[in-house]
Design a protein around this ligand. Structure first.
Ligand SMILES: Nc1ncnc2c1ncn2[C@@H]1O[C@H](COP(=O)(O)OP(=O)(O)OP(=O)(O)O)[C@@H](O)[C@H]1O
Ligand SMILES: [Mg+2]
Length: 357
C-alpha cells in the first residue's frame, strides 16, 4: 500500500485519470473551435480553465500555440515565446518562407541537447511590430480549413505588457481568418472589463464562457472510487465530508483528498482521517496565512471574519458602500470568490481565520 501512487493531483493541469467531468464544457469549446469564432473563458483561480482547454485541444487534434502571459515581460518576450511554441508543431524548413516578411528577423536555433527551438530577438528590439509579424506568420501558415488555435492564458496581463497593446492586438486579430483564439483569465473583474466594457477594444471579441465548480455528483464518484482502495468502509461518507468542506472547489477538493489518502496510507490508525488531513494542511500554511492577515486592513479583516463564520455583512457596523467596494477588492485580489454568494476562496484559510488565536 505504501508504494501506491497518490490518485489525486492538485496544482497543475490535470489530464487523463486525474481529470473528471466537464463533458459539456469540453463539447462547447470544441464546437467553438469548429466555427470561425473565438472563445473567452473566465473563472476564479484554479477552477480548471487550463485543464479543460487542454482536454478540448487534444480532442480536436489541430495545431495550437499556447502562452501564459504571466511569463511575459516585454513585447520581444511575447513574440519570442509565441514563435518558439509555433515551431514545436511546425517544421522550421517549411515555415521559413513565411519569415521573409519580418521587419526584425528573429534568431532561431535548435538546442542540441533537447532538440527544442530557441527563439530570440536582438536585445533592445521591442515594439508592436514584433508581435504583428508573428501573428501574420501564423495567419499565413494556415488556412480557413485548417485554422491554428492560439491560447493566451492569464490574458488580463495584456494591459501590463505595453500601453495600448490591446488596441493593436485587436485590430490585427480581427482581420485574421485562419486562427481561433482562446483567451483565458482569472482576475474576474478585469477580464469582465476587457470583454464586456463597450469602451474596451476587446468588447464582445468572442463567445464568453464562465467555468463553475465541478458538479457534486461526478466529483463524488471520482473521489469515492479512488478513496475506496484505502478506506473500504466509509469512503462515500469521506467523499461527502471533503466536498462539504471545500464546497466542490476543484483544486481544494483534490488537495484535501490527496491529504486524506496520505494520512490513510501512512497513519491507518488515525480516528478522524478527514479532520487530521485538514489540520495538517492548515498548519502547513499557517505562516503564509499569518502574513496575508497582517497585510489586510481592519475592514478587510472584519469582512473575512464574517464570511468565515457564515455571518451576514449587513450589520450597520460599516457603510454598505464601504463593504461592497472592499468585497470587490478582496475578490479581485483572490481572497473572496462569488459563484452564487460571496465566500472565502480558500477553505483552509477560512478555518485558520476561525480558529487562529
Ligand atoms: N476536471 C477536473 N477534474 C479534476 N480536478 C480538476 C479538474 N479541473 C481542475 N481540477 C483541479 O484543479 C487544479 C487546477 O486546475 P487548472 O490548473 O486547470 O486550473 P486553472 O483555472 O487553469 O488555474 P489557474 O488559475 O492557476 O491558472 C488541478 O490541479 C486539479 O487539482
Ligand atoms: Mg491556468
Amino acid at each position: 500500500m505504501r508504494n501506491m501512487e497518490n490518485p489525486f493531483k492538485f496544482g497543475t493541469i490535470v489530464e487523463e485519470d486525474f481529470f473528471t467531468d466537464r463533458v459539456e464544457e469540453v463539447a462547447y469549446i470544441v464546437q467553438c473551435l469548429h466555427s470561425a469564432n473565438h472563445l473567452v473563458l473566465i473563472s476564479p483561480r484554479r477552477f480548471g480553465k487550463s485543464s479543460v482547454v487542454v482536454k478540448a485541444l487534444k480532442s480536436v487534434k489541430r495545431k495550437s500555440v499556447t502562452l501564459n502571459l504571466q511569463k511575459v515581460t516585454s513585447l520581444a518576450d511575447f513574440s519570442a515565446y509565441l514563435l518558439r511554441d509555433f515551431f514545436k508543431s511546425h517544421p522550421l524548413e517549411r515555415a521559413k518562407q513565411f519569415l521573409t516578411h519580418f521587419r526584425i528577423v528573429p534568431t532561431i536555433s535548435s538546442n542540441p541537447v533537447t532538440g527544442a527551438m530557441e527563439v530570440s530577438f536582438q536585445p533592445g528590439t521591442d515594439g508592436v511590430a514584433l508581435i504583428e509579424d508573428v501573428l501574420t506568420l501564423f495567419e499565413r501558415a494556415h488556412t480557413e480549413r485548417d485554422r491554428l488555435i492560439v491560447v493566451l492564458d492569464e490574458f488580463q496581463e495584456i494591459r501590463d505588457i505595453s500601453p495600448r497593446l490591446d488596441r493593436r492586438l485587436r485590430s490585427i486579430m480581427q482581420e485574421q481568418k485562419h486562427i481561433n483564439y482562446i483567451l483565458l483569465g482569472s482576475q474576474e473583474s478585469m477580464m469582465a472589463d476587457i470583454f464586456e466594457n463597450k469602451k474596451s477594444p476587446f468588447y464582445h471579441f468572442g463567445e464568453l464562457m464562465r467555468l463553475g465548480k465541478l458538479p457534486r455528483k461526478d466529483f463524488h464518484d471520482y473521489l469515492s472510487i479512488r478513496l475506496a482502495a484505502v478506506f473500504p468502509n466509509g469512503y462515500a461518507e469521506m467523499a461527502d465530508r471533503i466536498l462539504d468542506y471545500t464546497s466542490c472547489h476543484p483544486y481544494y477538493s483534490q488537495q484535501l483528498a490527496a491529504n486524506v489518502w496520505q494520512v490513510g496510507v501512512l497513519q491507518p490508525e488515525t480516528k478522524d482521517v478527514v479532520q487530521a488531513a485538514i489540520d495538517h494542511i492548515v498548519k502547513s500554511h499557517s505562516l503564509d496565512y499569518e502574513r496575508l492577515w497582517m497585510g489586510l486592513n481592519r475592514t478587510n479583516r472584519w469582512i473575512l471574519q464574517r464570511l468565515a463564520t457564515g455571518n451576514a455583512l449587513q450589520t450597520g457596523e460599516h457603510k454598505t458602500s464601504t463593504v461592497y467596494s472592499a468585497l470587490k477588492r478582496l475578490q479581485k485580489d483572490g481572497y473572496v470568490i462569488y459563484s452564487d454568494h460571496y465566500e472565502l476562496e480558500d477553505p483552509f484559510y477560512r478555518q485558520w481565520i476561525v480558529t487562529a488565536p
